[in-house]
Design a protein around this ligand. Structure first.
Ligand SMILES: NC(=O)c1ccc[n+]([C@@H]2O[C@H](COP(=O)([O-])OP(=O)(O)OC[C@H]3O[C@@H](n4cnc5c(N)ncnc54)[C@H](OP(=O)(O)O)[C@@H]3O)[C@@H](O)[C@H]2O)c1
Length: 256
């Protein structure tokens, strides 16, 4: 009997969930998995399976890659804030006629005692800061620091935590802390205390790896500016966990 060809799944990655999905698919002999990384992080954690690095050149480039490499299905497992890539994925899937799934971990939910302020963008978050505090713990990543580099915030001091060193423009008064999650509660408590932080800024990234800062802020009564997520492109089905996404792939496989 001929051996059926493996289903080739392209996972757009750069997240823990993307790596978990690749781990789960790599164990399935009926699946060939390729993970795509943007190439932003100097030393990324490598998933199993094949890996390619760098942009595709917009939706047309991604669609061409999908056709050239006989990709049967696309999983957009990029970070909830990688909105450009998610739009490209939706467009490319339509151009190349392949099914697309978005893998998005759930966002965080405020609890009793939280002092959250919602912002629609990094610029809006920056605008809220002068009324909230003077010593800011900024955890929105090294891209987009320009929004906090305005003269209106020169009186504030920033502790910027990112995986790789940020590039200018940066806030006038800042200290950079190079670190990569997961972070634990004791460490986050200590960080807030040591740097006398009085306001925290975060994207609504969701997940456990970076959630302890929210608990530490709640305990200390510190306000948190939470930047809302961009929406998933219309019509794209969403899985909440790597397991759910793996089941979607298994169904394709069974029906294909
Ligand atoms: N945004 C965040 O807060 C955040 C946080 C943690 C991790 N990440 C990860 O970092 C990467 C870049 O995020 P971003 O917010 O800069 O993306 P973005 O603004 O949505 O995408 C900008 C461009 O980067 C390229 N790109 C993005 N993700 C890619 C991937 N997985 N594989 C190949 N090319 C990719 C694409 O270039 P072309 O148009 O040339 O294809 C895309 O048009 C993503 O993989 C994301 O999962 C982002």
């Amino acid at each position: 009997m001929p051996v059926p060809a493996a289903v080739h799944v392209l996972v757009l990655g750069g997240t823990t969930e993307a790596r978990r999905l690749a781990e789960s698919l790599a164990g399935d002999r009926g699946v060939r998995v390729t993970t795509s990384l943007a190439g932003r992080v100097a030393a990324p954690r490598m998933p199993p399976g094949e890996v390619r690095v760098g942009g595709f050149g917009g939706p047309e480039g991604l669609a061409a890659w999908v056709r050239e490499h006989d990709v049967d299905a696309l999983v957009d497992a990029t970070h909830p804030f990688a909105a450009a890539m998610s739009r490209n994925a939706a467009e490319a899937a339509a151009l190349a006629h392949v099914p697309l799934l978005a893998l998005r971990r759930p966002g965080w939910v405020a609890q009793d005692g939280d002092r959250w302020h919602s912002a629609g963008s990094l610029a809006e978050a920056a605008g809220l800061l002068p009324a909230l505090g003077e010593r800011v713990f900024l955890t929105t990543g090294r891209m987009g620091l320009a929004a906090f580099a305005t003269a209106g915030l020169d009186a504030l001091w920033f502790l910027v935590r990112s995986v790789d060193a940020p590039e200018p423009p940066c806030p006038a008064r800042m200290e950079v802390l190079l670190d990569r999650g997961p972070f634990d509660l004791d460490g986050e408590r200590e960080l807030l205390r040591r740097h006398r932080i009085d306001v925290l800024v975060t994207k609504d990234s969701g997940g456990d790896a970076t959630a302890p800062k929210l608990t530490a802020a709640r305990e200390a009564g510190i306000p948190v500016v939470v930047v809302r997520r961009p929406p998933v492109p219309e019509g794209v089905p969403v899985a909440r966990t790597p397991d759910e996404a793996a089941r979607w792939v298994a169904r394709l496989h069974a029906s294909g």
